[in-house]
Design a binder for this molecule. Structure first.
Ligand SMILES: C[S@@+](CC[C@H](N)C(=O)[O-])C[C@H]1O[C@@H](n2cnc3c(N)ncnc32)[C@H](O)[C@@H]1O
Length: 321
C-alpha cells in the first residue's frame, strides 16, 4: 500500500465527517483495486452475451451491462464490429443524469467529447435528432471519430472548436449540452493511473477556472427549457459543487434538478441536487455529476450554415463479411 500525501489527507477531512469514511476513501486511492468494466450496447444485445454479467445497479440503463470479474471485452470480435462501447461504470453513473430528461430530444451537444463515452451514452439515453460532438484538442478528434464510426453513430457531426464558438453560433439552441469537463483527475488514482499534482491547490484552481469558462459557454448554448449536464472525475469541491454553485449564481435562469435514480448518491456538500460516486463504493473509480435546467423560454433556430461550415461528417465504412 502507498502512503497518502498530506494533501490527500486534508481533502479527506473536508469530504467526510466520519474517520471511517475518510480512511476508506484514502485507502481506495492509495491502494487501487480493479473495477468492473461496463459495455454499452450500440447494436441489439445478442441473445447469448459472451461475458459474465454482474447484477444491474439502480442507475444502470437496460442497454448497458456491468461485467463481473476481470474480463477484456475490448479484445472480443464484437467490439471490433461496433456491437458495444466499453467504459468505466463511473461514466455510466455520471450519465445517470440523462434519465431525468424527457425523450426524444431534438439536439445534444457534447462539448468535451473525446474519446466519445458520454456521446455514446447520450445518444442511447436521449435519442437525439442531432448529435454534435466537440473536442477542442485536435489530436484527440481522430479517436473520437474512430469510436463514433465503429459504433455506427455516423449521423453525428464532429467539431474541433473552443466551446465559446458554440455560445456564439448556436446560442440558446441545444436541447441538452453535456460538459464532461477536464479536471484534476483525482479518481484516476483509484484505477492505479497517475494523476500528477491532482491534489495541488494551484492545479485545482486552474481546473476550476477552466471548468467555469466551459460552463459559461455551455449555459449560453442551452435552449429555453433545455438542460446542461456537468460532470467530472475528480473529488475536490472546488471543481464540483462550487462550480455548479457559481453557475447558478452567474446564470440564475438555471436550476439544479433532482435525478431520482441517483438519489442514494446525493452529495452532502451542496444545498442543491448533485451526485457523487465514491471510489470506496467498489462500483467505479468515482466522479461527480449534476443536471441543470434552463428555466428561460427563449430558443433560437439551429444555425445550419454554421453546422455545414464547421461540422465534420462521419462516413460509414463497409463492414467486411
Ligand atoms: C474528461 S475528458 C472527456 C471524456 C469524454 N466525455 C468521454 O466520456 O469519453 C475531457 C475532455 O475535455 C477536453 N478539453 C480540454 N480542455 C478543454 C477546454 N478548454 N474546453 C473544452 N474541452 C476541453 C479534453 O481534451 C478531453 O477530451
Amino acid at each position: 500500500m502507498g502512503e497518502p500525501t498530506n494533501l490527500l489527507l486534508k481533502l479527506s477531512r473536508r469530504l467526510f465527517a466520519e474517520e471511517r469514511d475518510r480512511a476508506a476513501f484514502v485507502e481506495a486511492l492509495v491502494n487501487p483495486q480493479p473495477f468492473p468494466t461496463a459495455v454499452v450496447w450500440m447494436q441489439p444485445r445478442p441473445e447469448v452475451v459472451p461475458f459474465a454479467i454482474a447484477p444491474p445497479l439502480p442507475w444502470q440503463p437496460a442497454w448497458c451491462d456491468r461485467l463481473s470479474g476481470d474480463q477484456r471485452p475490448g479484445q472480443h470480435a464484437l467490439h471490433q464490429d461496433g456491437a458495444y462501447y466499453c467504459l468505466d461504470m463511473a461514466s455510466v453513473f455520471s450519465a445517470g443524469v440523462f434519465s431525468a430528461i424527457a425523450t426524444p430530444t431534438e439536439s445534444v451537444l457534447d462539448l468535451c467529447a473525446a474519446p466519445g463515452g458520454k456521446s455514446m451514452l447520450a445518444w442511447k439515453a436521449l435519442m437525439p435528432d442531432h448529435l454534435w460532438c466537440n473536442e477542442v484538442i485536435r489530436k484527440r478528434v481522430r479517436i473520437l471519430i474512430s469510436n463514433l464510426k465503429r459504433c455506427g453513430l455516423t449521423d453525428a457531426l464532429v467539431f474541433n472548436l473552443d466551446p465559446q464558438t458554440f455560445a456564439e453560433q448556436l446560442s440558446r439552441t441545444a436541447s441538452v449540452v453535456v460538459a464532461d469537463a477536464p479536471c484534476s483527475g483525482q479518481s484516476l488514482l483509484a484505477k492505479g493511473d497517475q494523476a500528477l499534482g491532482c491534489f495541488h491547490p494551484v492545479n485545482i484552481k486552474k481546473n476550476a477556472s477552466r471548468q467555469k469558462r466551459i460552463l459559461a459557454s455551455a449555459a449560453q448554448t442551452v435552449a429555453g427549457g433545455g438542460y446542461l449536464a456537468y460532470m467530472t472525475c475528480t473529488f475536490s469541491p472546488e471543481e464540483n459543487e462550487q462550480v455548479v454553485d457559481w453557475l447558478i449564481k452567474k446564470f440564475p435562469q438555471f436550476e439544479a434538478v433532482d435525478v431520482p435514480v441517483l438519489a442514494d448518491h446525493a452529495s452532502p456538500l451542496a444545498a442543491f441536487p448533485c451526485y457523487r460516486l465514491w471510489p470506496q463504493s467498489g462500483l467505479g473509480a468515482g466522479g461527480f455529476t449534476a443536471l441543470l435546467r434552463n428555466k428561460a423560454t427563449s430558443t433560437e433556430a439551429i444555425n445550419l450554415d454554421f453546422l455545414t461550415a464547421k461540422g465534420m461528417q462521419i462516413y460509414s465504412v463497409e463492414r467486411s463479411p
